[in-house]
Design a protein around this ligand. Structure first.
Ligand code: AHR
Length: 615
């Protein structure tokens, strides 16, 4: 029987409970939400000509950087059309081709200069067979850099079109920032967002958008860290960056920053969501470089955070408020929340975090500061973190992440029932139920939904929650599962998307106490952790036995499917759980929440590193 106690007043519900977490992973930004259709438009990346080719072998294409467009964007393409040719072109492949729709309008732009002033420059969309679909004559090149814009209307649809930039006579042409957007972007914005993907996000009714990540904030090492100032101002003056999610399969993946902090704030405003930007706290990624900014050199990083608040909220006669106004938004964005760091689960975080916290609070007392590491943010870090939070560390909100099995989500819906009500509020900033093969299943979605009932029940302390990651481009995936999948023309939500939508679209004002009487109580689940510690390199576990007194509660018996694995790659073969690559947070889960009465015997064959132990 289910009894809703309507007479009792429950916890007031947070008005920021359900939001989204956006990170440029799986081509979520370039090639994804950011509607730019040209891949590698500005030739800055370490393979500067990828996605480009010449129309015929007489044309030469190389990269140059003499008197480039801007110090942040120095490289450009130099195209030579020989005397023997009447014209020539270079061709962009787009992201797996250009998908164009008959009758739709597309907006082209580029910067060009030439040693043949007066030569005509055009952009042409051609289908996979080379037949012309749309053309725009942009104008006549001059000997100085000049930006041209033009509009093309597709005469037919094609999924595999390419974009040619055509030059009307022999000569040398310098070319940069070659761009093509659909005219029909979300809210019709220039430099805008792909409509179907932005609408999918809007459909979740998110109360906030956390951006720009994720590990990407930290950077592989600090020189690859996300610095918001590189992402604002005119697009052609933004300083691009490698993407830490570039992989062997997608080595050219990088961040153009066309979708930058202004665009993020604007999108939040467009969909009525709070912006929750995350800044780097002076630490590189704990899974990668692990480099840190010395405490006495933290100043510029803290200044970046202060300046970000000024960019979002400052008056238009302030330095950064003026830039916001120059970019077209004189009104403040009303930033209320700011995160300092992401998953900083290593020593050194709190010292740095506190410098940010105090500087931000001193200047902006009403700003809510989110710490990346709280009481339960990471189990290996738990004791250190929690102790510090109970003593001298302050945060308004702490950001917890859990990528765990569906079973874990089902058995952890009570996670916050015993949470210290005086501790900082909780932001479940990244979570997803992971099947062993990382598929998006109904079971995972239902487990997440069950877990979220516990977030609602504890709405007095849990104030924010977001699934992660958000997007995945078919064929360019570094991480699964994800909430929304897409290719150039289609996008669809996974079962987890529909769970998030169900929750986001149906937020209550208040949570009423509910009691459930069930016929028979479910058997307690065994749950717990066996670890070889953090930063170990390899280990094997087998013959695991959990006992209480004489009672054998768990014996591995070769069936390890219910094991939770986190970090690194694991295989289970013949009853042996084997970690096959370097990982952090090496843990396997079995057993119960409360280990005090239990004995665990475990044979852990150490391949390298410490003995296995129970944590
Ligand atoms: O969501 C993918 C990654 O998972 C995020 O970048 C990081 O914060 C977490 O480890």
């Amino acid at each position: 029987a289910l009894t809703v106690n309507a007479g009792e007043r429950g916890a007031a519900f947070s008005d920021t409970m359900h939001g989204v977490f956006f990170e440029d992973i799986n081509y979520a930004a370039d090639g994804g939400l950011y509607a730019e259709m040209v891949q590698n438009r500005s030739f800055e990346h370490r393979a500067p000509l990828y996605a480009w080719s010449v129309s015929d072998d007489s044309i030469t294409l190389e990269v140059a950087a003499t008197k480039g467009l801007h110090k942040n964007n120095p490289a450009y393409a130099r195209v030579r059309v020989p005397e023997s040719a009447e014209s020539g072109a270079i061709v962009n492949d787009g992201f797996d081709g250009f998908a164009v729709q008959a009758g739709e309008r597309y907006l082209a732009a580029l910067h060009v200069r030439s040693d043949q002033p007066g030569a005509e420059v055009s952009v042409v969309l051609r289908d996979g067979e080379g037949a012309e679909i749309a053309r725009a004559v942009l104008g006549e090149a001059s000997s100085d850099w000049r930006r041209f814009e033009g509009e093309l209307t597709a005469e037919q649809s094609a999924g595999d079109a390419k974009l040619s930039v055509e030059f009307g006579g022999p000569g040398a042409y310098d070319l940069d920032m070659v761009s093509l957007f659909p005219a029909d972007t979300f809210r019709g914005r220039r430099n805008g967002l792909r409509k179907d993907l932005a609408e999918k996000l809007e459909g979740l009714k998110p109360a906030f958008v956390r951006f720009p990540g994720g590990c990407i904030v930290e950077g592989r090492t600090l020189d690859n860290a996300y610095r918001w100032k590189d992402t604002v101002g005119p697009v052609w003056q933004r300083k691009q960056n490698d993407n830490l999610w570039a992989s062997r399969e997608n080595p050219q993946y990088h961040q153009t920053y066309g979708l930058g902090f202004f665009e993020y704030f604007q999108f939040c405003e467009d969909i009525g969501a709070e912006a929750v930007p995350i800044v780097n706290c002076g630490m590189g990624c704990q899974f990668r470089g692990r480099d840190v900014v010395p405490m006495d050199e933290l100043g510029p990083w803290v200044q970046d955070a202060l300046d970000l608040v000024e960019f979002a909220n400052g008056p238009i006669d302030s330095k950064w408020g003026k830039l916001r106004a120059d970019m077209g938004h004189p009104e403040p964005f009303n930033l209320k929340l700011l995160g300092v760091g992401n998953e900083q689960w290593m020593e050194g975080y709190f010292e740095r975090y506190l410098v940010f916290y105090h500087a931000l609070k001193q200047r902006y007392p009403d700003l809510q500061v989110v710490s990346t590491s709280g009481p339960q943010a990471n189990d290996d870090y738990y004791h250190y973190a929690w102790k510090r939070f109970q003593s001298d560390v302050k945060a308004d909100v702490v950001d917890e992440h859990y990528y765990r099995s569906p079973q874990w989500f089902l058995s952890n819906h009570e996670r916050y029932d015993g949470y210290d009500r005086t501790a900082p509020k909780v932001f479940a900033g990244e979570f997803a139920a992971h099947e062993p093969d990382r598929a998006s299943t109904l079971r995972a979605a239902v487990a997440e939904a069950a877990f979220m009932t516990g977030l609602w029940r504890n709405a007095d302390v849990v104030t924010m929650a977001s699934y992660a990651p958000l997007f995945a481009r078919e064929g360019a995936v570094q991480w699964a599962p994800d909430l929304i999948w897409f290719d150039n023309t289609r996008s669809y939500g996974t079962p987890s998307y529909h769970v998030q939508a169900m929750y986001g679209q149906n937020v209550p004002d208040v949570v009423l106490p509910v009691t459930v009487e069930a016929g028979s109580a479910p058997q307690p689940q065994l749950r717990g952790r066996i670890g070889v510690g953090t930063w170990e390199t390899a280990a094997e576990f087998k013959d695991i036995k959990v006992t209480r007194g004489d009672e054998v509660l768990y014996e591995s018996s070769g069936d390890l499917e219910e094991w939770e694995q986190h970090g690194g790659d694991w295989t289970v073969e013949d009853g042996v759980l084997r970690q096959t690559s370097q990982a952090t947070n090496v843990r396997a889960f079995v057993g119960s929440e409360d280990w005090t009465d239990y004995t665990l015997t475990l044979k852990a064959r150490k391949l390298r590193g410490r003995e296995g132990f129970l944590v």
